[in-house]
Design a protein around this ligand. Structure first.
Ligand code: SF4
Length: 481
């Protein structure tokens, strides 16, 4: 892993310019391939983990389309396969290793296939060493901070002088000017900040994604304006901890100020954000959410545990009482607020009494849904060295018990919508049928209804007739906008 000098504006421009040259040069090669064979070179990008990773993949996608590649979902059809990895949980890592094994066989029958791995896993030196030793057939390895240099790295890889590895340890400054191809233009991800300074004791992200850096308000607003001009109606603002946005910016601005600025942009109808850290949620932010008409009444607020002693050992820096107070204040301002959360089961030292506190908090808050995870050791984090790791069997028992408590709460919440009209942004056909459309409410619940395709992209009212466990079904009422 190499350190990198901090990038200033000039060095960023140099990197972007030299990468532009590589994009042109690779495009010449893929065009030539097309002329000779009648087929475009194909790329398959597999993304693991969070929305930040998905958005990084969109940026890779945009660069590859400029290089003349066509996107495919099939490994067998690909000339280039990229695994954009996640290291937050052990499961995601195991899946990557499993897929690398699968591709080895494919490479034997297709020697020109290029295999690249990037993303958070690659920021860990021990993993890069393992790839170098045991997965010699991987052609290109690059880290999260090296995304801007991808065209240069790919050009080097295509030259075929052996495995190319570039992982910068330093995150440098925020780089502007990378475009991305979004999966759905109607809804777009927008990074507002990178990295995290919180060092929760179980989490590897601050070590992999680096220190917290916020983009300037004017750069974010500029990007959202362009998106709106191109048809985007909903933006999801992304950061590991959006509530601490703006702390180190020269021109002072906090997250609430940013929401107000984006709320003014014509064409944007809905603003969402994730992820919020409870310790940084201000009253100003809650009041702004309630006041700014385009900011949706939805909060993903990871609690992680309901026991104060576990929260302390997790270094979350809030108590269960403070968490519940935020929820009360938010609901007082926004009665329709949807709240979801993340919960880790079996953090080291979690006792039966600690678990009972988590169950109690879940009952008191009444979440719309909760993403529950089994704690898994992440090498390099403080919690990996904690004694009294909880046995897997106990973790499984607790997660089953928690889901038994959670399921009726979620079902009751869904039933509470029966007979009500909800506003949804129609996103697409449902997965099951072209006659059924789907969209989301402002508080982030999935709604399906029968309607013509012309409604896709519109804000419509739907009357809920059939609440289900994970979604609501209803009847079209009227177009709102
Ligand atoms: S806030 Fe905590 S859990 Fe979230 S990314 Fe930062 S360290 Fe990880």
């Amino acid at each position: 892993m190499s350190k990198r000098e901090a990038l200033n504006i000039e060095s960023m421009e140099t990197i972007l310019n030299s990468n532009d040259e590589c994009i042109r040069s690779i495009k010449d090669k893929t065009d030539q391939h097309f002329t000779e064979t009648g087929h475009r070179k194909k790329v398959c990008i597999v993304t693991y983990g969070c929305q930040m990773n998905e958005h990084d993949s969109e940026k890779l996608n945009a660069m590859l389309v400029d290089m003349g590649y066509e996107v495919t979902k099939k490994f067998e059809d690909s000339d280039l396969i990229i695994f954009n990895t996640c290291c937050v949980r052990e499961n995601a890592e195991l899946k990557v290793y499993g897929n690398l094994g699968h591709i080895k066989k494919l490479k034997e029958s297709k020697p020109d296939l290029i295999l690249a791995v990037c993303g958070c896993m690659m920021q860990q030196p021990q993993i890069v060493e393992e790839i170098k030793k045991k997965y010699k057939y991987v052609d290109l390895v690059f880290g999260t901070h090296n995304l801007i240099n991808f065209p240069t790295l790919l050009e080097e890889t295509l030259a075929g002088h052996g495995q190319v590895v570039e992982v910068w340890e330093s995150e440098g400054d925020v780089v502007e000017g990378l475009k991305s191809i979004r999966k759905k233009e109607l809804k777009a991800y927008v990074n507002i900040m990178y990295g995290c300074d919180n060092f929760c004791t179980y989490c590897i992200v601050p070590y992999n994604r680096g220190r917290e850096r916020s983009r300037k308000v004017e750069d974010i607003v500029g990007e959202v304006r362009i998106l709106a001009e191109n048809g985007t109606r909903e933006v999801m603002l992304l950061g590991q901890n959006v509530n601490s946005y703006g702390k180190a910016l020269e021109a002072p601005a906090d997250f609430a100020d940013l929401l107000i600025a984006i709320n003014e942009i014509e064409g944007i109808e809905r603003i969402r954000f994730m992820t919020s850290h409870p310790k940084d949620i201000s009253q100003k932010l809650l009041e702004t959410m309630a006041k700014a008409d385009k900011v949706c009444e939805y909060l993903h607020l990871p609690v992680q545990a309901g026991s104060n002693s576990v929260l302390k050992r997790m270094n979350r820096r809030y108590t269960r009482e403070q968490y519940m107070d935020i929820v009360d204040r938010a609901r007082a301002l926004m009665p329709d607020l949807g709240i979801t959360t993340d919960i880790i089961m079996g953090f080291p030292g979690e006792t039966d009494a600690d678990f009972a506190d988590t169950v109690d908090l879940v009952k008191r808050v009444g979440f719309d849904s909760a993403f529950t995870y089994l704690y898994s050791i992440r090498t390099g984090t403080p919690a990996a060295k904690f004694e009294d790791q909880v046995a897997d069997e106990v973790k499984h028992e607790r997660i089953t018990e928690l889901l038994k408590v959670l399921t009726p709460i979620v079902e009751a919440r869904m039933r509470s919508f029966e007979g009500k009209n909800v506003e949804i942004l129609v996103e697409d056909f449902s997965k099951k049928s072209k006659e059924i459309l789907m969209g989301r409410t402002r508080n982030n619940l999935t709604v399906t209804f029968e309607g013509p395709p012309e409604l896709i992209g519109k804000l419509v009212d739907v009357k809920i007739t059939n609440p289900r466990q994970f979604s609501l079904h209803g009847a079209f009422v009227a177009v709102k906008k």
